[in-house]
Design a protein around this ligand. Sequence first.
Ligand code: TMP
Length: 225
Amino acid sequence: MPTRGWFITIEGPEGSGKTTHAGRLLAYLEANGVRAIGTREPGGTALGEHIRDLLLESADRDHDPLADALLFSAARRQLVQEVIRPALLAGTTVVCARFADSTLAYQGYGSGLPLDDLRALERVATGGLKPDLTVLLDVPPEVGLRRKGPDDRTRFELAFDLDFHARVRDGFLALAAAEPRRFAVIDASTATGAVWEAVRAAADRLIASSEASGEPERAGERIQR
Ligand code: TMP
C-alpha cells in the first residue's frame, strides 16, 4: 500500500499572503521529510495558465460570473487530472494556493451565483477531491487590497468594489464555520512572522494527527484513478 500524500490548500481574500505562506509551508514540509510540491489556481498547467490569462488579464471586465466559474472549473479540472491526483497517488503532498473554495467565495458569495450550482460544478471538476487541510488567511478587504502594488492588480482587484471583496471575505468565513475540521482560520492582518507560526501550527496538527491514528484517511485514498 503506497502512503498517500496530503492535499493542503491555502485560501483567502486578495493580499492575504497566500503565495508567501504556501512557499514557506512547502519548505517546512520538505524539511520535515514530507515530499511535497506546490501549485496554484488558476494555473499550474499549460492550459490552466492560458485560462488564468483569460480570466485575470482580460481588458474586457464585463464577464458573466457563470462564464468565469466555468473557466475556473476548467483550469481546476486540468490541474486535478494532470498534477494533483497523480501526485497524491504517488505519495506526494500537494500545497495549492486557492482551490474550489475560491469559486464558492468569489462567484458564489461575491457575485451571487447559487452555491448549489457551484457545488455541483465543483464535484464534476474535482471528482469529489477535497483538501485534508485548508488554511484560510483572513484579512479585511481594505487591508489586503492596500498591500497590492499597482502592477500586482488582477481584473478582480480592478473591476470589483470593496463590497464585493467584503462579501468574499464573509463567504470564506462562512465556509470555514461550516467545516471547522478541515479549515484553520488565521488572522493574516498581523505581522508575517505571527501568521507563519499559526500556519506552521496547523501543519504540525495535520502531521501529528497522522502519527496518532497510524495511517490517516487522506485525499489520495478517496480519489478515483
Ligand atoms: P491570485 O492567484 O493572485 O490570488 O488571483 C486569482 C484571482 O482569481 C483572485 O482575484 C481570486 C480569483 N478567483 C476566483 O474568482 N475564483 C476562483 O475559483 C479562483 C481560483 C480565483
